[in-house]
Design a protein around this ligand. Structure first.
Ligand code: FNR
Length: 183
């Protein structure tokens, strides 16, 4: 059976380059992995006052993460850090205290930007949270996808063969990483 891998996209906009990168990952995924994008755009902002009677969207999200074998984050960089909706999803999944849904899930981080630095700052700020969440995060290959606005046609299809091939290699490495670190 393929491993169940949740893909979290850090951008909410329809034409998101990072969502396109996530779709490309789904396209090139090896048979050992089944990738599914799980949406974060409708999660209410985390507020500890709601922990006693949590919104149903929080509960469903936590359960979906808990049932997954691994998590791949595909995110833009906002002001050299992680976009707020992604940080919110991480916070929602991490609570209530002691019951984090993220715990021990093997992770990978892909960042994409039209800029040259490929979302490096967001990629590494995110990794800071993954250390605390006890998620083994694949170190290599690193995936900072720069000039991401040049990689797709108008329908959103990846037209750059070397990037497509690179993303395939990232997932092959991740499949091995997941097996080595499976909970
Ligand atoms: C950006 N952008 C951006 N890009 C970058 O490389 N480093 C950065 O720090 C920022 N900061 C930033 C802040 C905010 C609030 C916005 C809206 C944008 C540009 C960003 O990379 C670009 O809009 C991407 O296209 C966003 O990713 P999606 O939505 O295409 O996936």
């Amino acid at each position: 059976n393929p491993r169940d891998v949740v893909v979290i996209v850090g951008s909410l906009r329809k034409a998101s380059l990072n969502r396109r990168l996530a779709r490309t990952l789904i396209e090139v995924a090896p048979a050992a992995l089944k990738l599914e994008i799980v949406e974060i755009g409708t999660l209410p902002l985390y507020n500890q006052d709601l922990d006693d009677d949590p919104p149903s969207a929080w509960t469903a999200f936590r359960e979906r993460i808990r049932s997954a074998d691994g998590v791949i984050f595909v995110t833009p960089e906002y002001n050299r850090s992680v976009p707020a909706p992604l940080k919110n999803a991480i916070d929602v999944g991490s609570r209530p205290y002691g019951k984090s849904a993220w715990s021990r899930k093997p992770a990978a981080v892909v960042s994409g930007s039209p800029g040259a630095t490929g979302g490096f700052g967001a990629n590494h700020h995110l990794r800071q949270s993954l250390v605390f969440l006890d998620m083994p995060a694949m170190q290599q290959p690193e995936a900072y996808i720069g000039h991401a606005d040049k990689l797709f046609d108008e329908s959103g299809r990846m037209t750059n063969d070397s990037t497509r091939e690179f993303l395939g290699k990232v997932l092959q490495a991740y499949a091995a990483w997941l097996e080595r670190n499976a909970a």
